[in-house]
Design a protein around this ligand. Structure first.
Ligand code: CS2
Ligand code: MG
Length: 412
């Protein structure tokens, strides 16, 4: 059996997705997610021009060799475009191997280590009443863990607030579902870290008073604080016993996390913008995170994601795989299989894709009592309806950016 065909499929039902479809000489197909939010076409070009020609004729069963081959022969290693491209190939090959074996992928990764995957949903609001309603809505949807994002007085638009659609030029597309706005230019937002630091602890105090001590609560700092500001926030949130504080400071400066650790015991989650196991090597070894936030699509695939989690298990660090809507249903399925098999599973982010997306990607995962399960179909359990996908051509979309009051550009 050889790889006979490799197609790069771009579709834009509720948002842009890039999918690689491999077909073998025996007619077995496999899918891989290559979606890189706001930079999709760069990955399409990398795949079409530099990867697809190298795949035709290869043995699809040689997953490890193909991964090492694509990673090493590129010479220019790592980075989001390269690793999203390699990820799509890796996912598609595992899909084919599991299909040929007639097993759901998690069985090839060692079988199920749990009944299902605890998942968290995104509750948000400009003010407390809206946040409370959003949390209740997610509890009614069956979520047993909730991420809370709040508006900040004085700031027009801020990451993660669903109801900001209209005032961020996004029409009816929920802002937290798809922050990348369709259009030729990225939208500018305002930011003030001191205002945020003054406001957020009060939000979590109110949420705890309203919903009690048990409900796992998460918060995403979205890379916006300096190390000392992150330490300050972590400390001020300790009374509210967060499940995690995510991306508290831009992760390029990993040493900085030592300062955060010195000041707070609030658990830290980092890694959604990481691309390789090497990005995690030191912060895992130095116990500077508690949850590994990598995504299968941006980490180079199932092969390195599993290796990184095996390494993390030596340090009792658990998974918290990135799962917003810009991880396609193919990527989400792959992460669910890895999450079901590994011992050190922590929690899975789960943002429901839109109705049109569910038409394009036929999925067999289940969501029961707050637990996700990838299903037991051979492979990954997600099919791509090519005709349906063809109805939604690509549309340029950019993630927003921030400027401070004095005009300085800041992390979004
Ligand atoms: C976020 C993402 O879900 C999260 O934790 O950080 O929504 C992130 O903003 C998007 O993936 C960017 O494309
Ligand atoms: Mg995040």
């Amino acid at each position: 059996m050889i790889i006979e065909k490799a197609e790069v499929i771009v579709t834009s039902p509720d948002r842009n997705f890039v999918t690689l479809k491999l077909t073998t000489s025996d007619g077995v197909t496999g899918l891989g997610d290559a979606t890189l939010n706001g930079r999709e076409l760069a990955v399409v070009a990398y795949l079409k021009e530099h990867v697809v020609p190298l795949l035709i004729g290869r043995d699809p069963h040689q997953i490890e060799d193909t991964w090492q081959f694509l990673y090493r022969i590129s010479y220019w290693r790592r980075g989001p475009v390269t690793m999203a491209s390699i990820a799509a190939v890796d996912m598609a090959l595992w899909y084919i191997k599991a299909k040929v074996a007639g097993l759901p992928l998690y069985q090839l990764l060692g079988g199920a280590s749990r009944r299902g995957l605890l998942a968290y949903g995104h509750a948000s609001g400009k003010e407390l009443p809206e946040i409370f309603d959003s949390i209740n809505d997610h509890l009614e949807q069956g979520f047993r863990a909730i991420r809370v994002q709040s508006g900040v007085p004085g700031l027009k638009a801020i990451y993660g607030i669903a109801s900001q659609s209209a005032d961020t030029g996004g029409g009816d597309a929920r802002y937290d579902h798809e922050p990348a706005r369709r259009g030729a230019k990225p939208t500018e937002e305002d930011w003030d870290t001191r205002a945020y630091l003054r406001h957020i602890p009060g939000v979590f105090e109110a949420v705890r008073n309203e919903f009690g001590a048990e409900l796992p609560l998460l918060h995403d700092g979205h890379h916006r604080m300096t190390p000392l500001q992150a330490a300050k926030l972590g400390k001020s949130l300790e009374p509210y016993d967060l499940f995690w504080l995510e991306d508290c400071t831009p992760a390029e400066n990993q040493e900085a996390l030592k300062l955060v650790r010195q000041h707070t015991t609030t658990p830290l989650a980092i890694g959604e913008v990481f691309n390789t196991i090497w990005d995690f090597k030191d912060i895992i070894r130095d116990q500077l995170i508690d949850y590994m936030r990598g995504a299968v699509t941006h980490m180079g695939g199932i092969t390195p994601l599993k290796k990184t989690m095996d390494y993390a298990s030596l340090y009792q660090i658990k998974s918290g795989f990135h799962g917003p809507t810009d991880i396609s249903p193919v990527g989400m399925a792959a992460q669910m299989h890895v999450g079901l098999a590994i011992h050190n599973f922590g929690i899975q982010e789960y943002m429901k894709h839109g109705a049109k997306t569910d038409q394009v990607f036929e999925q067999s995962f289940t969501w029961t009592d707050g637990l996700l399960h990838p299903g037991d179909n051979p492979g990954l359990g997600v099919e791509l309806n090519v005709d349906e996908a063809g109805k939604y051509p690509y549309e340029q979309a950019y993630l927003p950016y921030n400027r401070l009051a004095d005009g300085t550009v800041h992390d979004w």
